[in-house]
Ligand binder design. Structure first.
Ligand code: ATP
Ligand code: RIB
Length: 315
């Protein structure tokens, strides 16, 4: 199976309301249903990797509240090696307030809690996990100085790293130059390029990808929701359309994509093969409710890809 994938990032409890539509500012609407799920971009990606059958370790923080103990147990139960997930005294766990509308699209507010206390020192203590990893996955729900420290440590050790620049924020070129894969969604890509570039579409994805590549990452995969993914490196590019599925909840589709990308690259796939595999993992996740419960197994993905190759659909 080879080296482990290391995930450094957030762990949240998701408080999810389903509604017919996302409310406007100042508006009160009735919800249809309320559920809690285990989430957090880091934890979702770690669970995604574990479901796909690859060894995965995680560095992160939970609070010393009831949520924190449940979140850590959920990682263990999913097969994520979470000894480096610390319980933070006198601090609440991260939570995400999520509204999912009838087409499966969402809006999310994250309150960092313990994730905001993940420090460079936490990474320094676990440098052996960084150096021995085959690949690293990280996002931006932990403090930027911690992510920066991790990216520099990974680059020094020659370990490839996939950065999911979510939630959206501008990033220095210094940091982006050390990233093997940058995987923004439409909003994140647009903010990284400077707000003047406007919304990203399949039509302008090529020029957005080019301007992102100029900032330094080796590969860019722009996640375009139900319109697919635009992948680019300095000598090749392609739009990979999304698989056609019946969307129930797109929460963590991006995390499922990154987990699939990491596992596939670790298995020796080409970038294009890895993006296609990741798109299948993400498409399956969209057909299920919740973040971590929506991550598919390797067997489910290979069955899905066989059906799709025969021209079937999953709608
Ligand atoms: P999140 O922040 O909720 O994890 P994201 O905004 O980062 O998600 P999306 O662009 O919504 O990511 O989705 C990631 C990938 O998942 C897409 O590029 C696509 O491959 C797949 N996907 C998303 N929505 C759908 C859909 N409705 N049908 C099929 N595939 C989808
Ligand atoms: O990417 C989806 C995740 O974003 C949710 O699980 C939520 O916790 C937020 O971190």
């Amino acid at each position: 199976m080879g080296k482990h994938i290391l995930v450094v990032g957030s762990i949240n409890l998701d408080l999810v309301v389903s509604t017919n539509r996302i409310p406007q500012v100042g508006e009160t609407i009735k919800g249809n249903n309320f559920q809690t799920f285990f989430g957090g971009k880091g934890a979702n990606q770690a669970v995604g990797v574990a479901r796909l059958g690859h060894p995965v370790r995680m560095i992160g923080r939970v609070g010393d509240d009831e949520f924190g103990h449940r979140l850590r147990r959920a990682l263990d139960q999913a097969g994520v090696q979470a000894e480096a997930v610390r319980v933070t005294p006198r601090t609440p766990s991260g939570v995400a307030l999520i509204t999912v509308e009838s087409q499966g699209r969402n809006s999310i507010v994250v309150v960092s809690g313990a994730n905001g206390k993940l420090t460079p020192r936490d990474i320094e203590r676990k440098l052996a996990l960084v150096r021995s990893a085959g690949l690293i996955l990280t996002q931006l729900e932990a403090p930027l100085e911690t992510v920066d420290y991790l990216i520099t440590a990974a680059a020094r050790s020659g370990v490839p790293l996939i950065l999911d620049p979510a939630p959206a924020q501008k990033l220095p070129s210094d940091l982006l130059k050390k990233v093997r894969w940058l995987t923004p969604n439409e909003t994140e890509a647009s903010i990284l390029c400077g707000a003047s570039s406007g919304a990203v579409t399949p039509e302008n994805a090529r020029s957005v990808a080019e301007s992102l590549l100029k900032k330094g990452p080796e590969n860019v995969a722009i996640k375009l929701g139900s319109r697919g993914v635009y992948w680019a490196t300095d000598h090749a590019r392609a739009l990979i359309p999304a698989f056609k599925v019946r969307a129930v909840d797109s929460t963590a589709a991006g995390d499922a994509f990154n987990a699939g990308l990491a596992v596939s690259l670790m298995r020796g796939a080409t970038p294009l093969e890895a993006v296609r595999f990741a798109s299948a993992v993400a498409a399956l996740s969209v057909t299920r409710a919740g973040a971590q419960p929506s991550m598919p197994t390797a067997r489910e993905v290979s069955r899905f890809l066989k059906v799709m190759e025969k021209g079937g659909n999953n709608t």
